[in-house]
Design a protein around this ligand. Structure first.
Ligand SMILES: [Zn+2]
Length: 274
């Protein structure tokens, strides 16, 4: 039998415990958007630091991206063109935790994707598909948005707990790492994340003096060539379908003073060199 003092003590503890939970869940900035978010990846992202994210990206890159797939395109005109395009975009990102690493991979698929830590991969085929460097900038801006908004992290946190990710970072568990890689390339972003990324991309393009209509131009070409939804390709696994992405790009309100500055890179010869 518990004495009266002990019972009162338990009641008191329960009361203050309840009070603490009420204020913490209700008013902490982490939970401000909705008290229900505490169980979602949106919450977990905050617990996975940028530093850890960058380390994880390095590990995935080392594990999954074969140097020989990249080497072939090094020191070619496309390399410097990509540098010019990405620098123009990066200058307009006010504060970023990422030191972007953008690589071209030798792939027959039209593809672009990103892994944690600001690492973006663009396939050679996608570059060949782009009619202008502005279209490539549009794809890059979209991928940058997934990075800045930490969609890449929240996507893997749907499948992996933070402690599993920590064990990948600190250990040599290649089985887990291979599972993580599969998740990274096979799972998609949700519709909200895709729309958010297109919005972010259009804003970034405009600030970089590149027309946000480049997104429409890219998807129009896809339509012309009858290339539509492809669930294996990040940029094309458009939950918002091609036509609605074209529509939003055309409807995007460009400010009055906007003056596009062409990316004068000799695009035709860059593609011929590939
Ligand atoms: Zn996307």
């Amino acid at each position: 039998m518990l004495g009266k003092i002990q019972k009162d003590l338990i009641k008191l503890l329960a009361f203050f415990g309840g009070l603490f939970l009420f204020f913490y869940l209700g008013f902490s900035p982490l939970f401000r958007s909705s008290s229900a978010t505490w169980l979602t990846s949106e919450y977990n992202e905050h617990l996975f630091s940028y530093e850890k994210e960058i380390q994880l990206g390095e590990i995935i890159d080392r594990y999954a991206i074969k140097e020989e797939e990249i080497d072939i395109l090094k020191n070619r005109p496309i390399d410097s063109a990509l540098w010019v395009i990405s620098s123009r975009l990066k200058k307009q990102i006010p504060i970023s935790e990422y030191d972007y690493k953008i690589k071209i991979i030798e792939s027959e698929m039209i593809n672009a994707f990103t892994i944690p830590g600001g690492r973006i991969y663009i396939s050679k085929e996608l570059i060949l598909f782009c009619e202008s460097p502005e279209q490539l900038a549009a794809v890059l801006a979209h991928e940058i948005a997934h990075v800045e908004k930490r969609h890449t992290v929240s996507r893997i946190l749907k499948e992996f707990t933070i402690s599993l990710l920590f064990s990948i970072i600190s250990g040599t568990d290649t089985v887990l790492l291979s599972e993580l890689w599969k998740t990274t390339i096979s799972s998609s972003f949700n519709r909200k994340q895709e729309q958010e990324s297109d919005e972010y991309a259009m804003d970034l393009l405009e600030k970089s003096n590149i027309s946000p209509r480049a997104i429409a131009a890219f998807f129009r070409k896809l339509n012309r060539e009858n290339l539509d939804y492809d669930e294996k390709v990040e940029f094309l696994m458009s939950h918002p379908h091609n036509n609605s992405r074209i529509k939003r790009s055309l409807e995007y309100k460009i400010s009055n003073g906007f003056k596009p500055i062409p990316l004068d890179l000799g695009w035709k010869s860059i593609k011929e060199d590939l």
